[in-house]
Structures are given as C-alpha cells and as structure tokens.
Design a protein around this ligand. Structure first.
Ligand SMILES: [Zn+2]
Ligand SMILES: [Zn+2]
Length: 380
C-alpha cells in the first residue's frame, strides 16, 4: 500500500490544484462506484484506492505530509480503517463520514448535510414557539397555531402521478430513492439520479403538485396545552408536522413553550409563590388576609406575633405538574412593613410602648446591645 502513488491513482500531476484533484476524484468515484459495477471486484478495489488517495490528497495538511514522507505516513490509519470498516453498514445513522468525502459528495449530489431524500419517508417535523401568560401556562390553554405545511396532494392521493395512476418502481435504486456510496471507511447514501430520489418513475406527473405528492397548505391547528407547562418545555403534537412522502407518516409539531413573568406570582417548581407585606398592626395582632391564587382567593389566617420572613404553605393549591398530574403548593411569604414616616402622635405612642417594653427611647440598644455584649464577652 505504501508503494502506491496517490497522484497516479487519481490521474493528476503532483502540481495539481486542490480543485483539479477534487474534480478528478468525483469523476473516478462515480465511474468505479460499486452500485454502477455490481459484483465487479476490480472496480470495487479501484474505488477503494481512489478514496484512499483522495482522503490524503484532498486534505492540504495530509497532502503535504504525503509529499514529504510518502504513503507510509498514512498506512496505519488507512489499513486499519479498510479492514475494520469496509464494507460497513448502510450510511444512515452511522454519521461518522470522512469530512472531505462527505463534503465533496454533498456538494456533488446537491445534498444538504445530513439530508436524505428517499422514497417513502416520514414528513419533516415543525417547530414553533408559543408565548403563554403565567395563568394560561399554569392552568392549561387551548391555543391556535397558524402553519404553512406540506400536506398530501388529494388529486393524486400523494403519489405524484396524474389522477393517482400507478407508478413504476425505479429499477436503479429498487424504489428506495437512494444509492449507496462507499468510501474506504464509510458508506453514505446519495439521491438516485435516475428517479431524482423519488424511488419510482412517473409517466405523467400530477399537475396539482408537480409530481411532488405534497402541496403547501396554510393550516390553523388548535390544541390544548396541558396545565403546568413552563418555559423550556417542549410540547409534542404527533402527526401535525409536514405530510410524509409516498405514504410515509406525517412529522410532528413541536411547541417550545415560553411563559411570561407575572407581577404577583412567582413559580418555584410546582409551587405557586406569593409574597405579602403585613402592616405592623397585622403582624402584632393577627388578621385574615385574602391571598390571590390562580383560582378563588385563599383566606389566610395570620397569627398574632407573626415574624417577618414567615412562610406559610397550603398543600395542593399550587400548579399542576404536567407529567405527574400532581399539584404543587401555594407558598405565602410574609413580610412586615416597618412604617418610615410617623406623625408626632404616632411617635409618642411608640415611645410610650418602648418605655413599657423597657427600651430607652431612641437607643435601639436592647436586643442588639445585648447581642453585642454577648459577642464581646467571648473575646474578654
Ligand atoms: Zn431511483
Ligand atoms: Zn398531486
């Protein structure tokens, strides 16, 4: 293998440009392709050689190494690859194509990367973003989505033939619409040239869909979004994507959910969180508050002497979990609003309270002072 001359295999001079090498490779790869030479071992061997040569010469870095040290610079990887990888499975799902090779083939056959146009195939999926209000996301909502999608052509029942007349299976690809392309390590698929990837030959094409079997239709899809969805969730609506090809199943419609924030409610997992401020009097003497929820208000009994930062939890009054259908809790965070502006009378009343509570007026020293002296005593 190391004695082979990659330049002569591709039939180019040592000074050939990258473009010339690529062109030569395409031509030879097509000529010796196993699908064009079924059962021809010599052609298959030639096809391997061509790919081996191009893998090196098609890569400027590898070509430079080859020009300097010759083919032995690559013998290990190339041999290993051939013995273990050839002929390999069908390309679909393998994914690990040689970069240069798939690039050239994609360019040559006009394939988008990863695309495989074949005969019977599932329709493409459609992805849409839906923006929901906080309440709609939490409670569930019926929404309508406008789509332009491919649907099966009714005059031909999706087979692309005028009046739905039967079609002939393409003999070149045996109806698959795909031809296997083998390259040393890998096998990829390309569109069949004889039928344009359709897998069959249509004598008279359907005028409504130009033989595609599908027509673009504006459609409004109405569906219920389950209660409890949140930002980042994806809702799948099976079968509402593009129609399949030649009787293949339709793709799915996927909705990426985005939920707007709410001025009052916060969501924490499945919990519905509400923050409420108590007045000083409410905190001291207790009260009953009407707490907003997603349904009817919840009457919360606030105990006398409620501390700032108190958290009250009401089981099962939160948000539905769309997966488990369980309900989260209503979580109420209570804070106490300290008055900042006092009238003279209010001030006097509070000073009087301070005296009764044993606090010197304006000193603020009772609880904190006590704490400081305790801390200080540790260091004494
Ligand atoms: Zn074909
Ligand atoms: Zn049609």
């Amino acid at each position: 293998m190391s004695s082979r001359d990659f330049y002569s295999i591709l039939g180019v001079s040592r000074s050939a440009s990258a473009d010339e090498i690529k062109k030569a490779y395409r031509k030879l790869a097509m000529q010796y392709h196993p699908d064009r030479n079924p059962g021809d071992k010599a052609a298959e061997a030639q096809f391997k050689s061509i790919n081996e040569a191009y893998e090196v010469l098609g890569d400027p870095k590898k070509r430079q190494v080859y020009d300097t040290v010759g083919a032995q610079g690559f013998s290990e990887g190339v041999e290993g690859g051939f013995s273990s990888g050839f002929p390999g499975g069908f390309g679909r799902g393998g994914g690990n194509f040689g970069d240069a090779f798939s690039e050239v083939m994609n360019e040559f056959f006009g394939m988008g990367s990863g695309a495989s146009s074949s005969g019977r195939a599932q329709g493409e999926h459609i992805l849409r973003q839906v923006d929901l209000s906080f309440e709609d996301a939490a409670l569930g909502k019926e929404i309508s989505i406008k789509l332009a999608r491919w649907e099966s052509c009714s005059p031909c029942s999706g087979n692309g033939s005028k009046n739905g007349k039967s079609v002939t299976v393409c003999s070149n690809c045996k109806g698959t619409g795909l031809i296997r392309v083998q390259q040393g390590f890998f096998v990829i698929q390309k569109t069949c040239g004889a039928c344009g990837g359709e897998g069959r030959i249509i004598s008279e094409i359907c005028p409504a869909c130009s033989g595609k079997g599908r027509i673009s239709v504006d459609r409004t899809i109405t569906r219920s979004i389950p209660a409890g969805v949140t930002t980042g969730m994806r809702v799948r609506i099976p079968g509402e994507g593009h129609a399949g090809l030649q009787g293949g199943p339709s793709g799915d419609l996927y909705l990426d959910v985005s939920v707007k924030p709410h001025p009052v409610f916060i969501r924490d997992g499945d919990d519905l969180v509400v923050e409420r401020n108590l007045t000083l009097m409410q905190a001291i003497f207790g009260t009953t508050l009407e707490i907003p929820t997603l349904g009817a208000g919840y009457p919360l009994k606030v105990d006398p002497g409620t501390q700032p930062g108190t958290v009250r939890r009401v089981r099962g009054k939160g948000i539905a979990n769309p997966a488990t259908k369980g309900m989260g809790d209503l979580v109420i965070r209570l804070n106490v609003e300290i008055p900042t502006r006092l009238t003279r009378e209010q001030k006097e009343a509070l000073e009087r309270y301070g005296e009764l509570a044993g606090e010197a007026p304006h000193s603020g020293s009772a609880p904190d002072g006590g704490l400081f002296s305790k801390v200080k005593s540790i260091f004494d």
